[in-house]
Design a protein around this ligand. Structure first.
Ligand SMILES: [Zn+2]
Length: 161
């Protein structure tokens, strides 16, 4: 699918948290077999619903889109697994409520989008971004991208006020 064959394997930086397909990256969460409660990361042992006594949730792909529930500018270096650029550049963080599951998932917003451009209810989609690479692998994380944004214009001709 990729136009250039990558020599390194593209793997999630956090094993088992998402599927890093270029075209349809998706978070891997859990859905309780008993009551249907969703979890992210997947509840490995028991259902997060205290009224439910089901065992481990089944693994499911979560919605790739959602709406901004809260957002902020990160003016400090993020904790692992995120690797800060050097010199550190502030970025936006969004808590996005997934379209179907209504889970709130935190993530960095793609570069070039500042918190001042976000708003509660803003539609977002999941994309993958390179976190870092070593000799054999490219490690990927998910980021949130506003749906009304073109994919690859770091500094396009958008009007600014
Ligand atoms: Zn349950």
């Amino acid at each position: 699918m990729s136009p250039h064959a990558p020599s390194k394997a593209r793997v999630p930086a956090v094993e088992g948290w998402f599927v890093p397909d270029d075209a349809s990256a998706a978070l891997l969460g859990g859905r309780c077999r008993g009551c249907g409660t969703y979890s992210f990361p997947r509840a490995p042992l028991a259902c997060p619903n205290p009224a439910c006594r089901s065992g481990p949730a089944e693994e499911v792909r979560l919605s790739r889109t959602g709406r901004v529930w809260s957002y902020t500018d990160a003016a400090y270096k993020p904790p692992p697994p995120y690797v800060a650029s050097d010199p550190f550049e502030p970025f936006a963080i969004a808590a996005v409520e997934l379209e179907e599951e209504k889970l709130v998932v935190l993530g960095q917003v793609v570069p070039g989008v500042s918190a001042s451009e976000l708003y509660v209810g803003c539609e977002m989609e999941l994309v993958t971004a390179t976190l870092y690479e070593d000799q054999t692998n490219v490690y990927l994380v998910w980021k949130w991208k506003p749906l009304d944004r073109p994919t690859s214009t770091p500094s396009g001709g958008r009007a600014r006020r």
